[in-house]
Design a protein. Structure first.
Length: 157
């Protein structure tokens, strides 16, 4: 596995109802904004989503537009204990295709592979932390507050 480098996440833009879009420093902001709008249109998120407080579109410097895992922040601020999740999201968007070629299970498609490995990483981040839990279902991964069950972050294609 490639060594993960930490990159700065910056605020790119706000959608028409004020939901922030976060990207990695150095990304093309207009391209990222258009990709975010396409993603939200595809999933029928008008106003991006009424309970979404941020959208993480972290491509890791790659110009790819297909098979991007997007993070939807469902609380006003990402808890510090979960910042490593955004690093993993960026990492898999950047190196996912290489890892898939090398480590996929027989008959596993790319999206199922990414869901499986990112979900495992999220469990590694949340399990030692008594405040959060994570899981996956179908095409998405979620992280929630352990005590209330309130979802903090959802990631999907």
């Amino acid at each position: 596995m490639k060594k993960q480098q930490k990159t700065t996440i910056i605020l790119c833009a706000l959608d028409p109802v004020g939901v922030p879009l976060y990207i990695n420093r150095g990304e093309n902001e207009m391209t990222a904004f258009n990709l975010a709008c396409e993603f939200c249109g595809l999933h029928s998120y008008s106003g991006w989503r009424e309970n979404t407080h941020g959208l993480y579109l972290l491509r890791g410097g790659r110009e790819r537009k297909e098979n991007l895992m997007i993070g939807l922040l469902e609380v006003p601020l990402l808890p510090k204990a979960l910042e490593a999740v955004t690093d993993r999201l960026r990492y898999y968007n950047q190196y996912g295709e290489e890892l898939y070629t090398k480590d996929k299970k027989q008959f596993e498609d790319y999206r199922d592979f990414i869901i499986r490995v990112l979900s495992k990483d999220c469990s590694g981040i949340t399990d030692p932390n008594e405040s959060y839990t994570s899981g996956y279902g179908g095409s998405h991964i979620w992280i929630a507050e352990r005590s209330s069950g309130r979802r903090v972050l959802m990631m999907h294609f």
